[in-house]
Design a protein around this ligand. Structure first.
Ligand code: FRU
Length: 337
């Protein structure tokens, strides 16, 4: 339509048209426009390749906190994957490491009737009930990284934390040649990765001469890890290795040891292996090893799309992991079998 208008005014300005001609031109233009729009309407209705207006879907994403780089990366991975699908809109909420706030967010998403809910829960037990309510209200739920109690969700996506903990234990046994004093700085013990990394680690060191001389729950937080490590350093003269359940914790422990002038006496092992964090620490010689813990953000969007299109999804998607240490970091680490 715009094209016609433009052509008409150009004609009018450029040529000296008399009133009768002008009137006839107007009538034929109106006819032409009516024909054109009529045609295009029926074309739309019958064209075999034309698709109807695409349905929009809303995904609610409840992130337990954004204080750690790994969680910022998870949201970025979700946003990047969703951006490839214009029919998806993702609403992010940050629970700021507060379980009650996260419970309320899940309830808000459920009453807003989002099409899919994604949650990375802070703690297992308190988030189980609101997710069950969302499921009962017919909202599909994807649980990312940390588990709930039981299996009342549509799909769980995450890496095998027990396997990672065990591999970390075995790496340390080998690096210390079977004996030595170890500090274990654990992730939040009311969250499943913290529990699984701990039990896996115990399996990995079982039967060796390693002794865990100090153990604390640093709740995934670097400042807590640093403080706990200061206590360990004050109590023990001989520490051979620190195993922290994430790279933030390992870095906090390293800073405490460095402040005491003892960082060269021990090894530091973490988990997460973000390129700009854990992997960079290994390259710089701050950490001795880290194990990749993928965020699952892209897989969550893939799964959400399948659910939205009525396709079946597995109840569990287990993500792989890689080991980075000084021997393999320059080749991009090695896959853990
Ligand atoms: C971030 C984080 C990661 C860790 C994951 C476990 O909050 O602590 O460092 O790998 O959560 O759920």
């Amino acid at each position: 339509m715009k094209t016609f208008n433009i052509q008409y005014s150009t004609l009018n300005a450029q040529q000296n048209i008399r009133p009768r001609q002008h009137w006839m031109l107007n009538v034929s233009l109106i006819l032409a426009i009516a024909l054109f729009t009529g045609c295009s309407k029926s074309n739309e209705a019958t064209a075999p390749n034309s698709s109807p207006a695409q349905k929009q879907f809303v995904i609610g994403m409840s992130q337990c906190n954004l204080g750690e780089p790994w969680r910022v990366q998870m949201n970025a991975d979700i946003a990047a994957a969703a951006a490839k699908h214009p029919e998806l809109k993702v609403i992010f909420k940050d629970a700021q490491n507060d379980t009650l706030q996260q419970r309320a967010q899940v309830e808000e998403f459920a009453s807003a009737k989002v099409d899919v809910l994604i949650i990375s829960p802070k703690e297992a037990q308190p988030l189980t009930e609101p997710v069950a309510h969302a499921m009962a209200a017919g909202i599909p739920v994807i649980v990312l990284d940390r588990r709930l109690l039981g299996t009342n969700y549509t799909c769980f996506i995450g890496a095998d934390n027990k396997k990672i903990g065990k591999a970390a234990g075995q790496w340390i046994v080998k690096a210390l040649q079977g004996k030595g004093n170890v500090v274990e700085l654990m992730g939040l013990q009311t969250s499943t990765p913290g529990q699984d990394r701990h039990s896996g680690f115990l399996e990995g060191i079982a039967g060796s001469g390693l002794q865990v001389i100090f153990r604390a729950d640093m709740q995934w937080l670097e400042p807590n890890a640093r403080q706990e490590m200061e206590s360990a350093l004050a109590r023990f003269d001989k520490i051979d290795c620190v195993f922290a359940h994430n790279d933030d914790g390992a870095h906090g422990a390293y800073l405490a040891a460095k402040a005491a002038g003892r960082e060269k006496q021990m090894k530091f092992v973490g988990i997460d292996a973000l390129p700009q964090e854990g992997v960079a620490y290994v390259r710089q010689g701050i950490l001795d090893a880290t194990f990749q813990y993928p965020t699952g953000g892209a897989e969550a969007i893939d799964t959400a799309l399948k659910i939205l299109h009525g396709e079946p999804v597995p109840t569990e998607i287990v993500l792989g992991t890689r080991l980075f240490d000084k021997d393999n970091v320059s080749q991009g680490g090695v896959e853990l079998k």
